[in-house]
Structures are given as structure tokens and as C-alpha cells.
Ligand binder design. Sequence first.
Ligand code: FAD
Ligand code: NAP
Length: 565
Amino acid sequence: MIMESVEKPGETLARGDGDVAGQVVEHLDAVVVGAGFAGLYMIFRLRELGLSVQAFEVAADVGGTWFWNRYPGARCDVESLDYSYSFSEELQQEWQWTEKYATQPEILSYANHVADRFDLRRNIAFDTRVISAVFDETTNRWTITTDNARRVSAQFCIMATGSLSAANTPELEGLETFRGARYHTGRWPQEGVDFSGRRIGIVGTGSSGIQCIPILAAQAAHLTVFQRTPNFSLPARNKPLDPGHYATMRANYPEYRRRARESPTGMSVELPVKRTFDVDEQERLAAYEAAWEDGRYGAVLRAYTDLLTNKTANDTVVEFLRSKIREIVDDPEVAETLGPTDHPFGTKRSCLDTGYYETFNRENVTLVDLRKSPIVAVTPAGIRTSDEEYPLDALVFATGFDAMTGAVSRIDVRGTSGRSLKEKWASGARAYLGLAVAGFPNLFLVTGPGSPSVLSNMMVSIEQHVDWITDCITTLRDRRIAAIEATAEAEDAWVEHVNGAAEATLYPRANSWYLGANIPGKRRVFMPYVGGVGVYRDKCDKVAAADYEGFRMLRAETAVEQARI
Ligand code: FAD
Ligand code: NAP
């Protein structure tokens, strides 16, 4: 039993036995891990409640995704007016987006503006990685330890660690021998990189690769693109925001935001009413052509209701998009290689680009089909495939992330009976509502596995989770509850529901990061919830209204616990 003295939240004092002699533990109400958009808003809400809160962030500053992903061409593919916070009317009225799709620097300055405007930095320790979080059943508190030896005790631990923040570099033979410079799009140097006159190799043709390939090609002496799976991409048709449209939008923001919250994807858009084969081919092609011209994320999928459930229907989109690639790309063999054949459209996250396919008409660009000639090794001079060696001065990995579970699993999280979360998730990610995990009381995940998360406009999903967690914590404090924990039964039922929802769609037919298929050895489980943002919000609200159905609550039993909550 750990001996503790009663102290006020936020005070720093030494503890008795159970702690390493002489180590200082700071006692707080809540710890937030991560200072991206989720962490920033979580700090804001917890502080509003009057709780003492400490956030830890590996990076040197706020922004999360937009701090790390500084590769050339990085920008949003959800429109700026949607990809922004809605919690503060003043904020959304005063902030001025300039383009339909904001660039990474603009989004990062927005994150900085939010941090400054709400004075959030004073609660964040930067350059600090959380390495462990251990739950103590005797006190119902978490002990959080950082890589600079800080130890903090908190009633609540909120993982705002990001769904796409644990960068993944493939373990290629010989990688360490490469003499040139190496980069990962998700860990891009802050000072930028001058590629002029250099021979660049890029591995990966997901959203990051597709955004930076055209720009790298324009900068480099030569660009070699190593493609494993061809991806679908549509033109983004980015443009400056029209001031008139912007003014109208601003005047109607509350209604616009409401519609987004209730929508399937967190965006206020028209939904389809017809099925693919309710119309003839001519009408269908006209609809796809309009979606191609539209330039909004998901426009094609919104043409018909059944495109993600009916393979034959989906094939019509695939054929349309492949024909577009053939129209744009001069060399028929290259066009064929760029055309996806192995997965239905939309089952891997589709991309929006600016001049992606056109780039392959440039003299200084080579496409290497890794399906035909896989990478054998990285050599000191470049990349060797089964066919050829490609000499390179720089190697860019646009190879994505250990998505949805990676960042949390890189922390040694221990729940009741010392159980490791990483070990629990080794047989597949499990969480109740994507928010809480059985066996890990008072731990919350923002946009965790089992929530709509990465299938949505993340800003909407982040706000919804943070608001739900805040309401939950408010209830616990009001009722002097020491701990809340998802039950194993509720978690099982939710995971089954999430799997069932995914199985009813075409999503599981792709080897996507949604399934963890990009990480060797990761258990294949479809992680995000396909039920839609609005439906999901409703379910979460009902759980809360039914006195947190599926959760178990533990009353504060000791005087120490009661004093703390
Ligand atoms: P993040 O922004 O990832 O922040 C998590 C933070 O936690 C990071 O700063 C990380 O350093 C920190 N962290 C992690 N582990 C630890 C630890 N152990 N200790 C301390 N700190 C830790 N979503 C959209 O909706 N629309 C888009 O157009 C879009 N574009 C994207 C483009 C790119 C290039 C990428 C990678 C993602 C994009 N996303 C997009 C998803 C994007 O991740 C989310 O929109 C959003 O930024 C996530 O915010 P977050 O705070 O949840 O996570
Ligand atoms: P990604 O979608 O996972 O793409 C990674 C790419 O690297 C894929 O082409 C993958 O091929 C390839 N790859 C991985 N390991 C490889 C290996 N060992 N050998 C060869 N190729 C390998 O990652 P991402 O492009 O960084 O995007 C991740 C997510 O972030 C996106 O889906 C999106 O949600 C978000 N994002 C959004 C934007 C935007 O436009 N707003 C921009 C960037 C990122 P396989 O397909 O064969 O696995």
C-alpha cells in the first residue's frame, strides 16, 4: 500500500514508500499526452473545469501533425472552413483562412494562434516524451513518467497522442549503410531541405507521397518513385478562398457546423440518394465527371449510396479513374502501372493532388513498380531492386504511420494488475467506443480505435471526443467518483459492432493502414468505426445519458481519494 499525504491538486511534494527514494511526484488532476489539436482543446476544456492539468509533448512546440509533417506540398485535403475548431465563435470569426485547402504552414500558425489566444502553452512541457503510464489500484491514479525523469500522479490520463503520429520507416536491408541523406515525410526537418541538383528516391505513394512528388520532381535533378501499391487520386483544384463565399459561410457557421457534426464524415456536404445502377451509364459518367471537377474530398464516393458496399458499383468508379490516368499520362505502360487494380476505390484513403499524374510525364521522373521488382536492399549508393540499382543522393520515406495504436503502444501503459496495453492490443486493437479500454480505468483515448476518427474530418471527431471526456470527468467529479472503467462486456460488444459495420462494406478488401496491414506483424483488425460521425455521436451521448452504460464506476473510498477529487 502506498502511503500518501493529502495535498491540493497541482502541488508538488515527495511521496512515501512506493516511490523511488528522493524522486519527486507532482500531483495533478489530469495529464494530457500530446499537444496537437486534440491535446490543445483537451487542455482548454480541463482548465475550464478548474482542474490542474499538465500536458507533455515530444515536439518543441504545438501543432502535432502540422508540426511534424513539413514536407513540400503538405496541406489539408479537408477544406479549411471545415478543418478548424468550432468551440469558440470568436476564434472562428477572427481567424482568416486564405485557401480552400490550407497549407501546413498556415495550419501550424493556426495551432500557434489557438495556443496563444487561450494561453495554453503554460500547461505544456515541450521536448518531453511520456515513456510510461502506470495505474495504481490503491489510489485510482496514474503515475506518468517522462524521458527527462519527471514523474506525475494524476487521476486522469488522456492520450491525445494522434492517430497518425507514429512514423513508420520500413526495415529495409542495408538502410543504415546509405551514404546520402534520409528523410521521413512525418519527421521533416524544420529548416526545410534544398534538393536542387540532387537525385532523389521516394518510397511510398500514399497521400503524403502524392502531395510531395510533384514538388520534389520540380526541385530535383532526378526523382525516382518507388511504388508498391498504386493509389487513387483526384485533382484538389485548390484556390484562394472567395471573400464573398467566406463571408456568407462565416455568417452561417453555427448551422454549417451543426450539419457537419450530424453528417457521416464530419463535413457539411450533400449526401447521395440514388444507387449506382439506378441510373444509366451516361448519367453515371456525368456524375463521376462532375466529381472529378469538384475537387472536394470524397466527392466521387458521394455520387451514389452503394459505392462502398457494392463491388460491381465500385468497379465503375475504378474504371472511370483509370481512364483519367490513361488520359493524363503519356506513356501507356506508366499509366497502367499508376492505375490501381487491387483494391476498391475508397477502401484505402483516397488522395487529392495537384499535378500528381502529370508529374510522370516529366523527363526527370522514373516510376519503379515494386510489385514487379521489389526492393532488395538499400546500398551505400542508392536502392537496389530485383532488377536494377538506382543511384540516389537522398532518400525520402513517405511510408506512413503505425496508425491509430502506434503512438499509444510506444508508451508503456499499465492498467489494473499491471496489464500492458501494448500486450492487450497485440491480438488486435480494442476499445469501448474508441474512448476507453477495459482494464485501464481513468484512461481516455482521443480518436482511438473503434471511433470514426481517421474516416472523418478529424477536427469534428476530436471536438466530439474531448467534449465527451470533459462531460464524463465533470460527472465523476460532481459525484465524487474515483474511477471509471469500460467493462470487458461493453468493450467486446462494441468491437464486434465495429467489425460487423466494417464487414458490411468493401473496406476490409484493401491492405490498408486502417487494418494495420502496413505494419509487418500487426494484427489485422479494421480499426476505425465506419458507422459515421453523426450516428456515433448519438451512440456516445446515449451511453452518457444512460449513466455511462458499459462503464463501471468506483467511488472514492479513502479520505485521501476524496480529498483529491
Ligand atoms: P497529432 O496532431 O498527431 O498530435 C499528437 C501529438 O502527440 C504529436 O505532437 C506527438 O508528438 C505527441 N505525442 C505522441 N506520443 C507522445 C508521447 N509519448 N509523449 C509526448 N507526446 C507524444 N485529418 C483531416 O481531418 N483532414 C486532413 O486533411 C488531414 N490531413 C493530414 C495530413 C497529414 C500529412 C497527416 C499525417 C494527417 C492528416 N490528418 C488530416 C490527420 C491529422 O492527424 C488530424 O487531423 C489531426 O491533426 C490530429 O490531431 P491530434 O492532436 O489528434 O494528433
Ligand atoms: P500511407 O497512406 O500509409 O502511404 C504509405 C505509402 O508507403 C504507401 O504507398 C505504402 O505502400 C508505401 N510503403 C509502406 N511501406 C513500404 C515498404 N516497405 N516498401 C514499399 N512501399 C512501402 O501514408 P501517408 O501517405 O503518410 O498517409 C497516411 C495518412 O495521413 C493518409 O492516409 C491520410 O489520412 C493522412 N494524410 C493526409 C494528407 C492530406 O492530403 N490531407 C496528406 C498526407 C497524409 P502500400 O500501399 O503498398 O502499403
